[in-house]
Design a protein around this ligand. Structure first.
Ligand SMILES: Cc1cc2nc3c(=O)[nH]c(=O)nc-3n(C[C@H](O)[C@H](O)[C@H](O)COP(=O)(O)O)c2cc1C
Length: 371
């Protein structure tokens, strides 16, 4: 892609962000965003020499398959297409049933679930930035028990909806406890561990930034989960993605997903105050896409387990790029904020792209980057 088209695409992605159910307490309007300038100079590639990406980790689902075959099968998870709505941007799924045909998506990941109900941080907790969004929702959620009793039965009434539960805690025991509660619910396809949380029994260092802590929490979660697969969602706020990907794989993860949000902040020069009440927040959206893509590429070449890619995906072409980088499936997050139907539109866009490019099976694209 030329430099000019990059600029155009980036500008078109700067769109107004719509409030979502779980962001209801956030201030209504964020200021208009600036456009993004071209970087003056390109840094030399820091990438290590890479080995062949593991293409065999994901396969088409034999039960499906009209042309183009968008189905994906990995780690015991069967998806009709690779597009999954990301955690924290799609509520508990059921809130979207009137605007999105949930059964047309590859699946969705629930808002992060904890042992107990959590109220989250005070507002302001969302702020729109140049081509991105800052959030510090504070992991507000209804708790695992309420999810099983109130949301899951409604999701179960809908046919063919793939539910992945995002799980977090502040100790290994928290993760185990949440998973054991969720094990009581039927119809959950997999657990995704949010390891970007402070470990309170280790001085607040996040699980996802220390390979030893990461391995420990994955082993605990895996034991608790029984036959349900564990997807470990890596934090991008680390010096080496391959190292953390290896740690997750060594501990028995069935797949990894990346990236979570980048630690960031914004200041209002007029008031001299932080834009977010928590001061520090997480950056997401198109602004992070090139970094996320690089991390997914690195991870896919580092491990043999499937990699789910996310970070700034808002178009069908974005999905194809992540798959060429080595992702077996993708997630769409912040795009849901400016268009709640984004996931469904992206599925149709991927189908059209495959028809136009005569791609019979979407799995053929995985790791297909030509260098
Ligand atoms: C408002 C908001 C809430 C989020 N909540 C969670 C969460 O509960 N658990 C989690 O693992 N990730 C959470 N995320 C991170 C997203 O799932 C995703 O990893 C990140 O936003 C990057 O993808 P994107 O650029 O497509 O949004 C949240 C993101 C946003 C914007």
């Amino acid at each position: 892609m030329s430099a000019d088209s990059t600029t155009t695409r980036t500008k078109t992605k700067v769109k107004k962000i719509m409030p979502q159910p779980e962001a209801a307490a956030a201030p209504a309007a964020a200021p208009a965003t600036a456009t993004v300038n071209q970087p003056a100079a390109q840094p030399e590639s820091p990438l290590p020499a890479v080995t062949q990406v593991n293409k065999s980790a994901a396969r088409p689902n034999p039960a499906r398959g009209p042309f183009p075959d968008l189905s994906i099968r990995f780690s015991g998870i069967e998806l009709k297409n690779p597009v999954i709505a990301a955690s924290g941007t799609f509520g508990y799924g059921i809130e979207f049933e009137d605007i999105v045909s949930l059964e047309k998506l590859g699946g969705f990941v629930s808002k992060g679930l904890s042992r107990e109900t959590m109220p989250g941080n005070p507002p302001p907790r969302i702020f729109e930035t140049a081509a991105g969004m800052l959030n510090s929702i504070g992991l507000q959620n209804i708790g695992a028990r309420a999810f099983v009793e109130e949301k899951l039965p409604l999701l179960r009434k809908k046919k063919d909806v793939v539910v992945i539960c995002n799980v977090f805690g502040y100790t290994r025991q928290d993760y185990e406890a949440v998973i054991r509660i969720l094990n009581e619910g039927e119809g959950i396809v997999a657990y995704e561990l949010n390891v970007s949380c402070p470990n309170t029994s280790h001085g607040g260092i996040t699980f996802g930034s220390d390979p030893v802590l990461l391995e420990e929490v994955v082993v605990s979660a895996k034991n608790a989960a029984g036959p349900r697969p564990i997807i470990v969602k890596l934090s991008p706020n680390v010096t080496s993605i391959p190292r953390m990907a290896h740690a997750a794989e060594n501990a028995g993860a069935d797949a990894i997903s990346l990236v979570n949000t980048f630690v960031a902040m914004a200041i209002d020069a007029e008031s001299r105050k932080p834009r977010i009440s928590n001061i520090i927040a997480g950056l997401s959206g198109p602004a992070i896409k090139p970094i996320a893509l690089r991390m997914v590429y690195e991870a896919a070449h580092a491990v043999d387990i499937p990699v789910i890619g996310l970070g700034g995906i808002s178009t069908a072409e974005d999905v194809i790029e992540f798959m060429l980088a080595g992702a077996a499936a993708v997630q769409v997050g912040t795009a849901n904020y400016w268009d709640p139907c984004a996931t469904e539109k992206i599925v149709e866009g991927v189908r059209a792209w495959c028809i136009e490019h005569r791609v019979e099976r979407i799995t053929d694209l995985i790791g297909g980057l030509e260098t």
